[in-house]
Design a protein around this ligand. Sequence first.
Ligand code: FAD
Ligand code: NAI
Length: 469
Amino acid sequence: MVPTADHFDVVVIGGGPGGYAAALYGASAGLNIALIEKRWIGGTCLNVGCIPAKELLETAHVHRTVTEAASFGINAGEPQVDWSVTQQRKQAVVDELVGGVTTLLKGRKVTVYEGYGRLHAGRTVSVDPSDGSDRFEVTGDAVIIAAGSETRTIPGFDVDGTVVMTSDEVLSMPEIPGTAVVIGGGAIGCEFASMMSDMGSQVTVLEALPKILPGVDKDVTSMVERSFKKRGIEVRTGVTVTGHEPGDGGTVVNVEGADPIKTDVVVVSVGRKPATDDLGLDGTQVQLDERGFVQVDEVCRTGEEGVWAVGDCIATPALAHVGFAEGMVAIDGILGEDARPVDYGKVPWGIYCRPEVAFAGHSEQSAKEAGLDVVASKHRFTANSRAKIIGDQEGLVKVIATKTADGKAGTIVGVHMVGPWVTEQLGQGYLAVNWEATVDEVAAFIQPHPTLSELFGDTVQDMTGRRLH
Ligand code: FAD
Ligand code: NAI
């Protein structure tokens, strides 16, 4: 007989953003919570995702700043890279943030079990401790599955961690490669292509679809593609890769109907898969869809009474902040409160390549596909004073609004941005879209001068028919 350790208000399986958000938020509401984590608190995001990826992109930014310093009259010479220090700094940032979440969990008296969790009937969760000790069981009035996602690859590209890598390995690679082929031009592919190129690699991006960055407005994507090209990053779209032939120190990637590409490393970034292969689920009504995602309703409830699922293991945008939001929705539901569903079409997205991309709501294309009659306005950073001051004028702001009966711009349904620090500028665009604000309402607000965010104000004002700049 497997011993039952304890009973909790909520048992959470997985300690990534979805799971730890549920635990912290639930504990702050007075719930007694257990969290089971098989490997590392913070999950993908803190350990092999958002945080280390952005930290390395920041290193690339510093490299660029030093390279361009002479134009400001600061002669710093050619930047010399000490990649081991780069790696140490990245790991220190990760470790501090993981430590911070661990401390928060402890402070809120969340019981953390280091081990592998599986759900069984009656909201019983078995735990196989990571230290190899005997399996035990915990039970909960409610259970939240937050098992997250894992890297995936494609046939012909077995991951060996040195020549063929996924994001997991790229983040810890021992040196910057001379040449890199990135398969998949989504968020991960573009961030790594940008980072490696800024650090001196010759990068080729191979994307199967006709354009990179799926879901992003075409004007924004075109600007990223143009910028990549200017910096020597080759982007090939509509490409089929068939495999690779390893040679001395590198490999040759075979591309259907085109010349093979010799490269030091291959980065496979073709999407991720839910980590749901071995979650137990016997004797429960929790269902997986054909791709392995846990099926939930609009407030994250599974088919099993008292069992919720959140984060990358459900088929919603795979973003840390969406995981946070879903964790809180699940807790609100568990508390018997009126849980407000996440409006997935309006969540904020930030992609931290150079130039940065940020958006919320419809692109012009998706608005039209949804049958909306829309008008769009776009303005470039070229004439923005702060962009000139910082020496980074590449980018634009595009606002998409419904068309009123008299042909004017009405409610803002999408804000898409590309350019300097747009991930930090999206806030007011996100609010406008989610508040369903009109162009007239937003245009009445003023922007501080000189700021990059003036461009958002200018773009919205232009849609009223009047303009300043
Ligand atoms: P995860 O973070 O995957 O966490 C799940 C946790 O559950 C893991 O710790 C795992 O060990 C544990 N677990 C799984 N199964 C079990 C089990 N049976 N028992 C016990 N424990 C288990 N998102 C953003 O919003 N912004 C970004 O800038 C961003 N950048 C990214 C960059 C990269 C390279 C990658 C790969 C992802 C990035 N993401 C980003 C996505 C983000 O990391 C994920 O959306 C987020 O981590 C999902 O959180 P989660 O809690 O659902 O899953
Ligand atoms: P993705 O789904 O965003 O992009 C994968 C890309 O690979 C797509 O463009 C797809 O068409 C392409 N592709 C698929 N198979 C291919 C093949 N055989 N050959 C060539 N191209 C192929 O997935 P990605 O970039 O791996 O990221 C996974 C998720 O992680 C993202 O969807 C996002 O939710 C999250 N993420 C978020 C970031 C952010 O918010 N800044 C950064 C990185 C990841």
